[in-house]
Design a protein around this ligand. Structure first.
Ligand code: LLP
Length: 423
């Protein structure tokens, strides 16, 4: 459930008409709903009830400071994958003691900063990373809390680019090698084993792969227990899907109740702290991208609706052939309906926002691309020297600019001409 709804033919974010935001702040722009972020976050905490847990929002999904600050106030932890994400969390008032650090290529300086601020856990993805972390911690006179990110080799049944838990993915430590790497971790003086972690993929629409992964992790935890290695927290990653079109992914409640039922039949399950790293299921349907129709271009085989947002603003359709709903913001005026490919201004054939969409539109109309709160702005670029869009956060009847539209001058900030020379 989200807070983007039509009232008398006009699409609103909470109590603000999106047509007004498009006129006031220009297009393209991202619009988020505070109430929707809050609701989606709380769906997790409520689903977990009395089981000890920490919801570590995956910062990569939407790392705007206002989003991070809101979630921090709601009690969220954070899953980060870079020093940049760590600094964002700190700048937004997030608690470093609730941060877990994922990613296959953590640099020594990133480890150092994370140790200095005292993060909750490093999700270690390989043996050499473990050795590097032990070395960095030793140099600082610290002990690094670690989980191993295990690759349970389950098929998440999702798009190959966002499936991460299979044997041939670069992520994690194969489940069959994990025991050995845990034994190494237990023997190293400057790391301390605290958890076990996995993340099998993104946009999962079934609970079965999560439960398969849990089963394999429980077997591993029993083997670890036999060797005297006790796991305090189990991190099941992110990955819960969202309805983009007609998918019916499980709600956090369905997902959590199945996990909790399984854990209640496992010795010590009720004492485990459960961690989750949801990104998309919190952010995607808490945001839309507003874009204006520049031209309608009828063709022999296709009609094009040319809009002012391109693949540089929202790359998911081009990169993953992702389908996101495209709807007119104001439906009050009658229009002829036709089938359009909705395309952007970027000089690439792959620059489209949606294909074969039935739309009743005219030039100048504003469209909302739904489900754009996750992996939207964060994946935007300046390709074709296009300033990145503004980001707005609606709260009831108020709207806050949470990132100003980039200026043209900012495009070459940090660049330099060569010293004057004779040619
Ligand atoms: N934890 C780890 C270690 C991850 O790699 C990811 C996402 C998450 C958590 C959050 O997963 P979520 O709950 O959002 O599914 N750009 C792609 C999605 C890439 C996801 C990468 N990892 C897209 O736009 O569909």
């Amino acid at each position: 459930m989200d807070h983007f709804n039509y009232r008398d033919g006009v699409l609103y974010a909470e109590d603000v008409p999106l047509s007004r935001l498009a006129s006031e702040y220009g297009t393209p722009c991202y619009v988020y709903s505070k109430a929707t972020f809050t609701r989606h976050f709380r769906a997790y905490t409520e689903a977990l009830g009395s089981q000890a847990h920490l919801i570590c929002y995956a910062v990569k999904a939407n790392s705007n400071l206002a989003v991070l600050g809101l979630l921090a106030r709601l009690g969220a932890g954070f899953d980060i994958v870079s020093a940049g994400e760590l600094e964002r969390v700190l700048a937004a008032g997030g608690d470093p003691a609730k941060v877990v650090f994922s990613g296959v290529a953590k640099r020594a300086d990133e480890m150092e900063r994370a140790l200095q601020v005292g993060i909750k856990c490093f999700n270690v993805e390989s043996r050499p990373e473990l050795e590097r972390l032990n070395g960095v911690a030793e140099r600082l006179g610290k002990v690094a809390p670690v989980s191993l990110r295990v690759n349970p080799d389950v098929d998440a049944g999702t798009h190959p680019y966002i499936s991460t838990g299979l044997k041939d993915n670069k992520f994690g430590i194969p489940v069959d090698d994990a025991l050995e790497v845990y034994e190494l971790a237990a023997s190293l003086p400057n790391v301390r084993v605290v958890g076990l972690d996995c993340h099998i993929g993104s946009q999962l629409t079934e609970t079965a792969p999560f439960l398969d992964a849990l089963e394999r992790l429980l077997v591993l935890m029993e083997r670890l227990r036999e060797r005297g290695i006790e796991i305090e927290h189990l991190d099941l990653g992110g990955g819960l899907g969202v309805p983009y079109r007609d998918e019916t992914p499980p709600q956090p409640f369905d997902y959590a109740s199945k996990l909790l039922a399984r854990l209640s039949r496992w010795e010590g399950g009720e004492r485990l702290t459960l961690l989750f790293e949801p990104g998309r299921s919190i952010a995607a349907n808490a945001g839309v991208l507003l874009t204006r129709v520049e031209f309608l271009k009828p063709g022999e085989t296709k009609n094009f609706a040319i809009v002012d947002a391109g693949m540089n603003d929202l790359i998911r359709p081009s990169l993953y052939q992702a389908w996101q709903a495209i709807v007119p913001v104001d439906t009050r005026e009658a229009r002829d309906s036709a089938l359009y490919d909705v395309v952007g201004p970027v000089c690439e054939t792959g620059d489209f926002i949606g294909k074969e969409r039935e739309l009743a539109i005219a030039p100048g109309d504003v469209l909302a691309v739904r489900s754009a709160g996750a992996y939207g702005f964060v994946m935007a670029s300046n390709y074709n020297s296009r300033p990145r869009p503004a980001e707005l956060m609606v709260d009831g009847e108020h709207c806050h600019v949470v990132r100003a539209r980039e200026s043209i001058e900012s495009l070459w900030q940090g660049e330099a001409l060569l010293p004057a020379q004779e040619v």
